[in-house]
Design a protein around this ligand. Sequence first.
Ligand SMILES: Cc1ncc(C[n+]2csc(CCOP(=O)(O)OP(=O)(O)O)c2C)c(N)n1
Ligand SMILES: *[C@@H]1O[C@H](CO)[C@@H](O)[C@H](O)[C@H]1NC(C)=O
Ligand SMILES: *[C@@H]1O[C@H](CO)[C@@H](O)[C@H](O)[C@H]1NC(C)=O
Length: 605
Amino acid sequence: RLHSFSSLLCVCVHPTSCCSVAEVMSVLFFHTMKYRPEDPRNPNNDRFILSKGHAAPVLYAVWAETGYLKENELLNLRKVDSILEGHPVPKQQFVDVATGSLGQGLGAACGMAYTGKYFDKASYRVFCLLGDGELSEGSVWEAMAFASYYQLDNLVAILDINRLGQSDPAPLQHHVEKYQRRCEAFGWHAIIVDGHSVEELCKVLSQPRHQPLAIIAKTIKGKGIPAAEDKMGWHGKPLPKDMADSVIKELQGRIISCNKRLYPAPPNEDASPVSLRNIRMPSAPSYKSGDKIATRKAYGMALAKLGRYNDHVVALDGDTKNSTFSELFKNEHPNRYVECYIAEQNMVSVAIGCAVRDRNVVFASTFATFFSRAYDQLRMAAISESNINLCGSHCGVSIGEDGPSQMGLEDLAMFRAIPTATVFYPSDGVSTEKAVELSANTKGLCFIRTSRPENNIIYNCNEDFHVGQAKVVYKTNDDHVTVIGAGVTLHEALAAAEQLKKERINIRVIDPFTIKPLDSKTIIDNARATRGRIITVEDHYYEGGLGEAVCSAVVNETGFNVHRLAVSQVPRSGKPHELLRIFGIDRDAITQAVRKVLSSSANAK
Ligand SMILES: Cc1ncc(C[n+]2csc(CCOP(=O)(O)OP(=O)(O)O)c2C)c(N)n1
Ligand SMILES: *[C@@H]1O[C@H](CO)[C@@H](O)[C@H](O)[C@H]1NC(C)=O
Ligand SMILES: *[C@@H]1O[C@H](CO)[C@@H](O)[C@H](O)[C@H]1NC(C)=O
């Protein structure tokens, strides 16, 4: 075993970051935590999140020690055909959330602890190990505030105060009492320990808790590697062979014959099994033609309805519940609503935590634009193979008077770029309700973009919707241009169609329903019937939105011509219809674009 440990020290890319937590990891995994090592995802197991994900080798080492990983697999660290990637990823059964972008582990741990305490009402505990360098991330403190507010006494954070970061010491160096005061100010019980004392660690981890517990472990980066201990310049460096050999030799000398295998204690069996399959609405939507409703409100109504029939649907919001209408869910299901306050990064991490091990169907909402500050968490959600649903309200200039700081104009680009994402852009009450239901049953990250203006119901309540299936909402046998809009711009396109009809110009109007995946076939087939003429119109910036999605869908077609209408500058306050007009995405802009496209193709003949 020591021989392979020596080779591991040579391949290990962050040996000093691992050495500072060797005792912490040993105590957690072989003294404190209760889990079934042969079944890492057992719902009853205690959870562990390595927030300082670059110390992955130490995590792999403990799982080898449990017997779950084969020791010789450790030597395949970071190889292309090994599951042991450079940072923890959920293809490893013992990893729930990917880490490696620092500062995100504790938020996910909060979601797991909240789920354990309030939803599962089970006795499993959640342990999160953080580095001191990563404590400069604001998201850590968002999570600290959340944990104490919700009295997550089943949550333990171990702060590895090893003084050093990557290129510089961490700002508070070894001032553990300053960390303690910060943690206490955030409502945690904070205890300073010698992080290399197994006895001290065992003792604090056995204490009963009434608050979230922060263990401030004073440690030495590179502990056990004399040449690197507490020294700058060793972060992320594998040990040279001779150095690794001498470290091993030293270690060997300290080991008193040890053939005893350590076994963790099994967990209590009190987390009941959960099935998240087929989260269905029991009845069709009940809108009537002539009804007017904002899709944001339809979202809240649909979510409340879904929650009525499915106990594992939970909703999160960041103090915008009376704007996103997630309050309709809260009113009906107060015990399944989590107020995350104005901390969107943490809200996304909590959502990811609530969704792990398929414990909940999670919907988190805020203004679409505020998800941009959680983009790193969203990107990590994809790497975590997380199944979460996000609803972003207040998209585009059509929110009106509140002005540009509140307008989601980049959100389509942002979510489209995520490989595991499905992007819903419903345009009426019926399709919004369908989007909510489909989202609950679609793997990966689902984003539902909702709008503030009230608009007509377009669809019959029995209309069937599918991911990646567009709807042709207006057509004749002799259409000249295909117009594609979504949300408010779909309604503008329908108004433009009526106007143009009076001028004897027929257009076809398509509602894509999902922007990703986009229904290329419906778009191509219909646009072919209008001689390849397409106009896209969207309440979003040009880059990365609906227009670019359509361009990519028709890139291989010959004889197609896509004309795009979108918001081209930072907008301003005003009435919604004024802003749609000024930024060139209203009915008049569409009719003009149609006439222009037709006259230029007439001239071309
Ligand atoms: C958000 C983010 N920024 C920067 C990095 C690059 N990085 C990886 S490890 C590290 C230093 C971490 O220091 P600390 O948290 O103290 O962990 P230690 O290795 O000292 O245990 C940095 C800057 C990262 N992974 N994530
Ligand atoms: C949300 O509720 C608060 C408090 O009742 C109220 O002041 C505010 O105007 C509401 N916001 C919206 C958008 O309705
Ligand atoms: C375009 O054609 C290329 C080459 O055949 C193909 O790989 C690609 O998937 C096509 N793209 C679309 C959007 O159809």
